[in-house]
Design a protein around this ligand. Structure first.
Ligand code: FAD
Length: 393
């Protein structure tokens, strides 16, 4: 009979981070189940922006704690996460200048290195950038992006070194609950008795959750990205940019390309049957939005792209919780397309909750699963418009 102290379901970056942090807190019997291969879900497809700017404090805190890990990855975890820090610019439309300033102030109080920047400063940071339509901008010098595949593999490998079992090609088919508590996880290759399950299944969660009577209104969405080769004359890497005017987000990719996504290409899709390539109309839209901000890209060559699946929660914010009605059941659900950059802290908090009885790194109360039933879905006070599907990469 197979047993485990904790079974983690899902080998994306959040599952791998959770397994690593559990093992590093001394939990010996950790088994991670991944039905395909590591980073097979959103993690392997991520744009992997690592920035602290959110329109709420809770996610900024998770991102800030996570940045410390990305910056010191070889020591903190081991292996490489491919973190690079060309800096991050948040641009907002006219009318949102005060909201941006309040968000920056909130972030500075946490300890985040960020400030509001003038148009002149933005031009110096990103020469050639078009600024006539923006209201304001904020700058984070230490932010950037990482390699989401390398990050996931490194977390899993570090967990394995500390004694965890990483079982790829093995699917969890049911969480078994008796007398209100987890007793086992059934898999396509047999049962694992365990008192604790951490369900981190990305866009594929409904099959496990619905039999337990857990329905949080999660909806899988297909998200695309496109890559453009730099045009001649662009000699310098631009920073990472989230452009709330054009609802786009972009970052350098390699030494001579730019990766961009636009929010308008996001739509519902079946996570088991979706087109993994990029749509031609979407690539055209990306070129248009990219050139509207960085005009040099008007004639840039498209180099390809891909699509991945994320799981949206009803308020576009993750659900990270110990399910109150089921002892031993922990979840990270509804990643909402924004949970790569926060994965180090999410995994650590879940591990702390299991080992110490509550998360220590960040207060997870705002992420509780019960907020919808309470009629208190998450609403950011100082958002930049487009509230229902905010640009939240
Ligand atoms: C195109 C794109 C761009 C993005 N850009 C950014 C960005 O710039 N910054 C950012 O922070 N976030 C970004 N995201 C979002 C981010 O990638 C995700 O939020 C994050 O990777 C989610 O990780 P996860 O581990 O929770 O889920 P996933 O990576 O989806 O992993 C879930 C895993 O669980 C496995 N699984 C599911 N069910 C079972 C089962 N029953 N048994 C066993 N295994 C199971 C799946 O196969 C999958 O591998 C982006 C996402 C996409 C798609």
């Amino acid at each position: 009979m197979a047993t485990a102290d904790v079974v983690v379901v899902g080998g994306g970056v959040n599952g791998a981070s959770t397994a690593f942090h559990l093992a590093s807190l001394g939990v010996k019997g950790v088994t991670l189940l991944e039905r395909r291969h590591l980073a097979a879900g959103a993690s392997g497809k991520s744009g992997s922006l690592v920035r602290m700017h959110y329109t709420n404090e809770a996610e900024s805190r998770l991102a800030f704690e996570s940045l410390k890990v990305f910056r010191d990855f070889p020591n903190a975890v081991g292996g490489e996460c491919g973190f690079e820090a060309p800096g991050f610019l948040q641009l907002v439309p006219r009318g949102y200048e005060a909201a941006l300033a309040r968000n920056v102030e909130r972030q500075r109080r946490i300890g985040i290195d960020t400030r509001v920047v003038s148009p002149e400063e933005i031009l110096a940071l990103a020469p050639g950038i078009h600024l006539d339509d923006i209201g304001a901008g904020a700058w984070e010098p230490g932010s950037g992006f990482a390699d989401p595949n390398a990050t996931t593999y490194a977390f899993a490998e570090a967990a394995r070194r500390l004694g965890a079992t990483i079982a790829t090609g093995r699917e969890a088919t049911r969480i078994v609950i008796e007398n209100g508590r987890v007793v086992a996880v059934l898999t396509d290759q047999g049962r694992i008795d365990t008192p604790t399950a951490v369900v981190v299944p990305g866009a594929w969660g409904r099959a496990l959750l619905h039999p337990l009577g857990l329905d949080f209104g999660l909806v899988p969405h297909r998200v695309q990205v496109t890559i453009f080769r730099w045009p001649p004359g662009l000699a310098r890497r631009h920073p990472v940019i989230i452009d709330a005017v054009h609802q786009s987000w972009l970052r350098p990719e390699g030494a001579t390309s730019t990766l961009i996504g636009v929010e308008l290409g996001v739509g519902h899709a079946d996570p088991d049957r979706f087109h993994e390539g990029v749509d031609a109309e979407y690539a055209a839209l990306c070129r248009e939005k990219l050139a509207a901000r960085l005009p040099a890209f008007a004639g840039a060559n498209m180099r390809g792209g891909w699509a991945g699946m994320i799981m949206m929660s009803p308020d576009g914010r993750p659900i990270i919780d110990q399910i109150p009605s089921v002892a031993g059941l922990y979840v990270m659900l509804g990643d909402s397309g924004t949970s790569f950059k926060t994965s180090p802290a999410i995994g650590r908090c879940l591990a702390e909750w299991i080992v110490h009885g509550k998360p220590r790194t960040v207060d997870l109360t705002p992420f509780r699963s019960t907020r919808f039933a309470e009629g208190l879905p998450w609403v950011d006070e100082d958002h930049y418009g487009h509230q229902s599907l905010t640009i939240s990469r």
